[in-house]
Design a protein around this ligand. Structure first.
Ligand code: AMP
Length: 231
């Protein structure tokens, strides 16, 4: 990261667009911490509490979790940022309500508007990718049976954990997740696109390219000073 400016970097895109892959690559290259709301919620959904049960039902249906639950978790993390520490957000905001709450919080904390990286991928490609996506049951590493298979067969290269299909990657649930994306998250992309250069940066990236090529484009955007990007 150039300079010492604190920056919030958002990856927005449909399920299967590569948000998780690109945010982990950027986090490992830049040492900027990353928060995945999907990962936080998946963990919360494993708990044997009324809230855990509620989250399991919502996520198994391919619906979005309510704004208050998600925003409270993200805002709490934003409040812990040290003075020049940046943050990558994977999968947040997903509704215009969440984007507004993020704006309010950043304003209150004196943090500039976010750098928004939109991974654009056609639906046919998303559906194909999600049907072949596999995840390590123990560390969460993500593979793809056709484009990025594990060299360790049905087990994770990193820790040997079993590779499983995510509960919400089944065909029916994927259709509902894509519908939720169209209805709730596409307006968030418009929200940021319209104000590009005024209180934040918006960039569309071709999410069908090879992950290493996308990562290079991401680094070019994130590693230059914000003033140059806004020009
Ligand atoms: P992901 O891993 O980002 O695909 O998220 C998995 C699931 O977690 C989604 O299908 C939603 O049910 C829930 N989720 C993740 N992030 C959000 C968010 N920002 N707002 C609402 N629900 C979310």
């Amino acid at each position: 990261m150039t300079g010492s400016e604190k920056r919030i970097i958002l990856f927005i895109g449909a399920p299967g667009s590569g948000k998780g892959t690109q945010s982990s690559l950027l986090a490992s290259r830049s040492a900027i911490p990353c928060v995945s709301t999907g990962a936080i919620l998946r963990h919360a959904a494993t708990l044997n509490t009324p809230d855990g049960f509620r989250l399991r039902q919502i996520m198994a249906n391919g619906a979005l979790v309510d704004d208050a639950t998600v925003c409270d978790a993200v805002v709490a993390r934003l409040r812990t940022l040290r003075s020049s520490e940046s943050l990558i957000l994977d999968g947040f905001p997903r509704t215009v309500g969440q984007a507004r709450r993020l704006d309010e919080t950043l304003r209150g904390l004196g943090i500039p508007g976010p750098t928004v990286l939109h991974l654009d991928v056609p639906n046919a490609v998303l559906i194909r990718r999600l049907s072949t996506r596999r995840q390590c049951a123990s560390c969460g590493a993500v593979y793809n049976l056709s484009s990025n298979p594990s060299t360790n067969g049905p087990r994770c290269e990193l820790d040997g954990g079993a590779l499983v299909e995510r509960d919400d990657d089944g065909e029916g649930v994927v259709a509902r997740r894509l519908a939720a994306y169209e209805a709730e998250t596409v307006p968030v992309i418009d929200y940021y696109r319209m104000r590009n250069g005024r209180g934040g940066i918006y960039r569309r990236l071709d999410g069908t390219l090879d992950p290493s090529v996308i990562a290079k484009g991401v680094a070019e955007i994130v590693l230059v000073p914000e003033t140059a990007l806004a020009a």
